[in-house]
Design a protein around this ligand. Structure first.
Ligand SMILES: *Cc1c(COP(=O)(O)O)cnc(C)c1O
Length: 398
């Protein structure tokens, strides 16, 4: 017997749950791509995206997933042979650095492991030794989606400023935009990248780059800029097809518009507060379980945890068995233990992740927690008492 029949629930860290309003907005006949509604919608969409990234910088949109956006950002600011310093706090910095290597950059990794945030002092040591300014960019993953670590971007800006180092500061906000507080301009980020399928609640397919004038001046001489990845023609063009260097992602534009309207209707601060409270509820449950069993949050310090994704260790092959049980018996799909295994293996069987980004509310989060607890009970995995009480108490305070 399975209790999974009913509305399935996707609790992976992207793509995230698609709101009905977004689906409805996309369910329509093919529109004109030359004039009319779609063309008129673009300036408003760009303005709303900038509000969410907290920036007055330029914005370019690509038909691409996060990997495409990684490449788009780098292609505009580097030349073959340029050196880049990638601090890593999980799988995603490595993924981005592989893109840089293929573009011909010389990559230096500064790996902080899977349970520590970036230490600005160690970044400072390397930049201070770079007296000839060979390091052209510092690409940083703000929230690493494999480990759930949230890095201090502002501190890295200070490192660059204190050393008067001209390297560009690039931030990957794909997992975190509209979930974790982020301030592109106030934190002094030169290039921010994101995508639509996580906090922005739209099916995968749109990538966003926000870049300031300093980054645009670097683009002037960047040897990797190609026709398709060039951000300039995509920024504030007159015709719709120039935004996308070709056919517009018609239905995605309608979907994204609906998602942005939802964020606006709720109020951006309320969106962030909802993520914070639901994340705290989730963590409270995991901490309670951990007091009487093998469950353990990857990050013990709440100040370093993302409010969009949580990575947990449960040991041996229990992560995989629990994920299978939750999906098959209860209709909840949890995320794999991405990046937590030994090098060369894809995912760790003793880890799993919960995405809590975008269109999530208390009943979804509490449902996920109750299902995880049911799964542990069914699989004879021991756990501490009071987890659901701890989570509901936090929801009750809201
Ligand atoms: C999801 C994600 C990516 C990759 O996005 P894809 O759409 O899967 O290519 C990159 N960086 C971060 C931080 C992410 O969360």
């Amino acid at each position: 017997m399975s209790l999974a029949h009913g509305h399935p629930y996707l609790a992976i860290p992207g793509p995230s749950v698609i709101p009905d309003a977004v689906q409805r907005a996309m369910h329509r006949a093919a529109p004109n791509i030359y004039t009319g509604e779609l063309t008129q919608m673009m300036p408003g969409i760009i303005a709303d995206l900038k509000r969410i990234a907290r920036t007055d910088a330029h914005c370019a949109i690509y038909i691409a997933n996060g990997h495409g956006t990684w490449e788009a950002a780098l292609a505009n600011v580097i030349s073959p042979g340029d050196k880049l310093l990638f601090p890593a706090t999980g799988r995603f910095a490595h993924g981005w650095s592989e893109v840089a290597t293929r573009l011909g950059a010389e990559v230096e990794m500064l790996d902080f492991g899977k349970q520590s945030a970036i230490d600005p002092a160690r970044v400072a040591e390397i930049l201070a030794a770079d007296t000839h300014h060979r390091i052209k960019a510092l690409p940083v993953v703000f929230v690493d989606t494999s480990t759930g670590i949230r890095n201090d971007i502002k501190a890295l800006r200070k490192v660059l400023d204190d050393l008067d180092h001209p390297a560009l500061l690039l931030a990957d906000c794909i997992a975190s935009l509209a979930c974790d507080p982020y301030e592109m301009d106030a934190w002094g980020v030169d290039v921010t990248i994101s995508a639509c399928q996580k906090g922005l609640m739209t099916p995968p397919g749109l990538g966003f780059i926000f870049y300031n004038d300093k980054a645009d001046r670097v683009r002037e001489n960047a040897g990797c800029v190609t026709h398709y990845w060039d951000w300039r023609p995509r920024t504030d063009p007159a015709e719709l097809y120039r935004y996308f260097d070709g056919t517009a992602p018609t239905h995605h534009i309608f979907g994204l518009r609906a998602a942005l309207d939802m964020i606006h209707a709720e109020g951006f601060d309320n969106v962030l507060a909802r993520h914070r409270t639901l994340a705290r509820a989730l963590w409270a449950a995991f901490e309670a379980w951990g007091k009487g069993g093998p469950m353990e949050l990857n990050m013990s310090d709440p100040a370093l945890r993302s409010h969009a994704v949580t990575s947990a260790k449960i040991g041996e092959d229990r992560g995989d068995r629990l994920r299978d049980w939750c999906e098959q018996k209860a209709g909840v799909t949890l995320g794999i233990g991405l990046g937590m295994a030994a090098p060369g293996t894809y995912a760790a069987t003793g880890y799993f992740r919960v995405g809590h980004m975008g269109h999530i509310n208390a009943h979804m989060m509490l449902g996920v927690l109750a299902v995880i607890q049911s799964g542990m009970t069914a699989l004879d995995i021991p756990f501490g008492a009071g987890a659901l009480d701890a989570a509901t108490a936090i929801c009750a305070e809201a």
